[in-house]
Design a binder for this molecule. Structure first.
Ligand SMILES: Cc1ncc(COP(=O)(O)O)c(C=O)c1O
Length: 411
């Protein structure tokens, strides 16, 4: 049998998956004078080279026969024990056996979706939410319903309203990033965390807590993770923001009946994660004063966050509002509904600055077109200031145009 193109044979669920026009545009954005506020890359130049080298040498030397070999699907028990120590520090009590190691938190999102989503299942998320989670979930064809947040995290009044409308047992799970949300930068306050847990029992849905940024707090006190408040929560973590995303290592902490299903689907996905990455990370966290290194990340990112917030205050027009993150990597900016930041992106690119358009973070790919995510994690404070200045110029041009339309009664 012959077929001309893959499109004849591709699975229906893949046909429905969206490619990102924005990503294509970024690929074209290779000019050296462009300042990017688009990506969420940690600054790995901050890592101590000597310690990274020592960890790599452990994986290549003494532990080579394990680092270069297949391992168990759930991950090296020694590495799990190190991860258990790291999360204990954030208030989560767990044993090495309560953890499955994954290829970044991204694989954990896919495995959870693979194990728990049937086509048509209802899933709740913050709106906007992490693009990579939407991509992972969409392959399993759920109906994703978003709940708005404000500066105190997901709005529990709106959540409760939606749950009442849908009824008990209608929602499979709720996905949340309670700390320094991606893309919103907002953090769920303790009263809302407590309420969310109550609602999950009352309306019978699972909670998937994703916490890549929790250790990157620049002001205010530590917030207790949902998982530390309730053992039924499924918790995802990663070394990407506290060590390095080039080593692909994340984890799922969950009740045993969830872990056994994750184990089952992971066997078919990759047999086991990278043993090399696990051994190397295990040695980095054992042999390096990693909390001291983390403090230097925090100090650097805080300076960049402050530079961004100050520049926004100085340059952005009064029509714009934005979030004030206490940690993480992102600020979420919103303009009046009539401003389309998707069509503005090529113009911003011409002015030497790029951002991620807000619609990328909604399941319909349309909502949020008047918002943008801007990241302060990667560029220097000087570049961040300059990027915000350039962006403000482009926005001001647009607003002038819209103001003229408004005056003429055209919108
Ligand atoms: C909220 C969220 N979850 C998961 C991930 C994926 O992390 P990892 O690098 O561990 O795959 C990211 C990456 O930016 C993220 O922002």
């Amino acid at each position: 049998m012959k077929f001309d193109t893959a499109s004849d044979k591709v699975a229906n669920r893949v046909k429905k998956m969206r490619t990102s026009a924005v990503r294509d545009l970024f690929a074209a954005a290779t000019r050296s004078d462009i300042i990017s506020l688009a990506g969420g890359m940690p600054d790995v130049s901050l890592l101590p080279e000597k310690n990274v080298r020592i960890a790599a040498e452990a994986a290549l030397g003494e532990y080579r026969s394990q680092a270069l070999q297949y391992g168990g699907t759930t991950g090296r028990i020694e590495t799990c024990a190190v991860i258990a120590d790291i999360v204990r520090d954030a208030g989560i009590r767990c044993k090495a056996e309560d953890i499955i190691l994954t290829t970044g938190a991204q694989e954990a999102l896919d495995l959870f979706a693979k194990a728990f989503i049937d086509a048509g299942d209802i899933i709740l998320t913050e709106g906007p939410t992490y693009l990579g989670a939407l991509q992972a979930f969409s392959a399993y064809e759920p109906e994703v319903i978003t709940i708005e947040f404000d500066e105190q995290g997901m709005r529990m009044d709106l959540l409760e309203e939606k749950l009442k409308e849908l009824g008990k047992g209608a929602v499979k799970f709720l996905y949340t990033i309670p700390n320094f949300q991606n893309p919103g930068g907002v953090t769920m306050v303790p009263e809302r965390r407590k309420r969310l847990l109550e609602l999950s029992h009352e309306y019978d849905f699972m909670i998937l807590e994703d916490d890549p940024y929790g250790r990157l707090r620049y002001d205010g006190g530590h917030m207790v993770p949902l998982r530390a408040m309730d053992d039924s929560v499924v918790y995802l973590g990663t070394i990407s923001k506290i060590f390095a995303p080039g080593l692909r290592l994340g984890w799922i902490i969950a009740p045993q009946d969830v872990l056994s299903r994750i184990n089952l689907v992971k066997q078919g996905t990759d047999l086991c994660g990278s043993m090399f990455d696990q051994v190397m990370a295990e040695h980095y966290f054992t042999d390096t004063p990693w909390k001291k290194v983390l403090q230097s990340f925090v100090d650097t990112y805080r300076t960049r966050r402050d530079a961004m917030l100050e520049a926004l205050e100085e340059y952005f027009p009064e029509e714009a509002t934005w979030t004030h993150p206490e940690g993480g990597f992102f600020v979420w900016v919103t303009l009046p509904e009539y401003v389309n930041l998707v069509s503005m992106l090529p113009v911003a690119l011409d002015h030497g600055v790029i951002y991620t358009t807000g619609n990328a973070f909604y399941p319909d790919g349309v909502t949020g077109s008047n918002s943008m995510r801007i990241a302060f994690c990667y560029e220097t404070p000087e570049n961040i200031r300059e990027a915000i200045r350039r962006l403000a110029e482009v926005i001001e041009d647009r607003l002038e145009m819209y103001r003229a339309f408004l005056d003429a009664g055209a919108i």
